[in-house]
Ligand binder design. Structure first.
Ligand SMILES: [Zn+2]
Length: 462
């Protein structure tokens, strides 16, 4: 049995059912799970390791619900800098087609390093292109070296250009192979238990890159094994037109037709959803991964998150792939969530009377989306808050810093309103991934050098 005592936090933000914020708070951890939470004076005095966090704010670990780690190799590619989604994809597909298994490994470590330094403790990744012998195993093995929890989504593309899809035929896969590989991965890696470090998700990529048949068969396979389903949905106006033209339905109605709604499903983006479609998400328990930076970067639009929360939709946060963000800072994404929802409210307000406008999203609501919200989207009852029985996943930030100077009237709000910073501690299941601002699990300078070399080779290969 190993124990860790965290105490004397300037402020402990629990995000528990009462949203307790405890000055001079702390908690006691046994074998990776939280045993006791409270004022420091009420906690045990001894543990195998004791961490005094004077001057620090402590929060539940942030949870990322949508990413494409491999895209760290193709950030700010000049030809894709100023394009909307479909043109951006058409520019990048041929570059991504050159990736190797080692590229998948390196990019996984880079993205997870960035996430860890931004206070992220669990991440879902959506890998949907497997060129030159690449496998989801490459990502899962590389992630195990970093130490964050991983929800590895076995993505897929099967609807190539010749069949009316968007991706070139050479990057799509055979559907029988996709399903066999999905089953193999679930059996090899999926852990349904509390405290799981790896879960597997089935994730056909998007309406414009997979067939209806693959969507149906993936859903049947996922439900046979009790794993979750994920895809991109209602991201852009172009996608909405594609769905209407090719399938005769708007994106959400198309999902209904495919049996792709439910507690076990979450969608990335959902920018183009109407009020009644938000109601469908709420009724069916389908979740949404909100990715505001990517939606702005690709000029996709602004998702109606406040409306979704009011309707009772499960909403989590995602940084999305690094070719459309172009960073993996989850703390920055929390800030963007609050700010862009306010921008949307301003735009709505211009056409609405005051009584029809929504209250502005608060800093606490934005943090809640990235913690409790993301945990519910991923179906993780063991994550998302600091309370007895939950995994000991948390981040701590030293408040005594330039970025927050003059902003300590409300330290939790300072974390969201002020410029995004790096976490001083990121801890997963009681294990330190970041300690005193240093990433412990990787040699960052060597990783960056190799990553840049591989990124250069990849982009120059075409
Ligand atoms: Zn995405």
């Amino acid at each position: 049995m190993s124990t860790l005592l965290l105490r004397h936090a300037y402020l402990l933000v629990t995000m528990d059912d009462h949203r307790r914020e405890i000055p001079d708070g702390g908690f006691f951890i046994t074998d990776g799970f939280i045993d006791q939470v409270g004022k420091s004076e009420d906690l045990p005095e001894y543990a195998d390791e004791i961490l005094d966090l004077h001057d620090h704010i402590v929060l539940p670990g942030l949870i990322n619900t949508h990413h494409h780690f491999y895209q760290t190799l193709t950030r700010v590619v000049p030809a894709a800098q100023n394009a909307n989604l479909f043109n951006w994809l058409k520019t990048l597909y041929p570059i991504w087609a050159g990736m190797t298994p080692e590229d998948i490994r390196i990019s996984t470590k880079t993205a997870l390093a960035e996430l860890a330094l931004s206070g992220c403790t669990a991440a879902s990744d959506h890998l949907y292109i497997f060129p030159n012998g690449s496998r989801l195993d490459d990502e899962i093995e590389a992630a195990s070296e970093v130490g964050l929890r991983l929800h590895a989504s076995r993505g897929s593309m099967s609807l190539g250009e010749s069949k009316g899809g968007l991706p070139p035929d050479r990057v799509v896969e055979d559907e029988t192979h996709i399903l066999n590989d999905s089953q193999r991965l679930i059996e090899a890696y999926h852990d349904p238990n509390p405290g799981a470090m790896v879960q597997v998700v089935l994730a056909p990529c998007s309406p414009f890159s997979v067939t209806p048949d693959l969507m149906r068969q993936s859903a049947a396979l996922a439900r046979e094994y009790g794993v979750r389903l994920h895809t991109h949905l209602a991201e852009t106006h172009d996608e909405e037109l594609f769905c209407l033209e090719k399938f005769g339905h708007r994106p959400v109605a198309y999902m209904e037709l495919l049996n792709w709604l439910g507690e076990d499903v979450w969608f990335a983006h959902s920018v183009f959803v109407k009020k009644e479609e938000i109601g469908v998400f709420a009724q069916t328990g389908s979740g949404v991964a909100h990715c505001p930076t990517s939606n702005m970067r690709l000029a996709s639009g602004i998702a109606p998150i406040v409306e979704m929360l009011q309707a009772g939709v499960k909403v989590g946060l995602g940084v999305d792939g690094s070719a459309s963000n172009d960073g993996s800072s989850l703390l920055e994404e929390v800030r963007q969530t609050m700010l862009v929802s306010r921008a949307r409210e301003g735009l709505r307000g211009a056409s609405l009377s005051a009584e029809n406008s929504h209250p502005l999203m608060t800093a606490r609501q934005a943090v809640e989306i990235a913690t409790r919200g993301s945990a519910s989207v991923l179906g993780r009852r063991d994550l998302g808050s600091i309370e007895p029985g939950k995994c000991a996943d948390f981040l701590a930030i030293n408040l005594n810093r330039l970025d927050y100077a003059g902003g300590l009237h409300d330290p939790l709000a300072a974390v969201v309103f002020c410029a995004p910073v790096r976490a001083d501690y990121t801890v997963v299941g009681g294990e330190f991934v970041v300690k005193e601002g240093e990433l412990l699990t990787l040699d960052l300078p060597a990783l960056i050098t190799e990553h840049n070399l591989r990124a250069k080779q990849l982009v120059e290969r075409i």
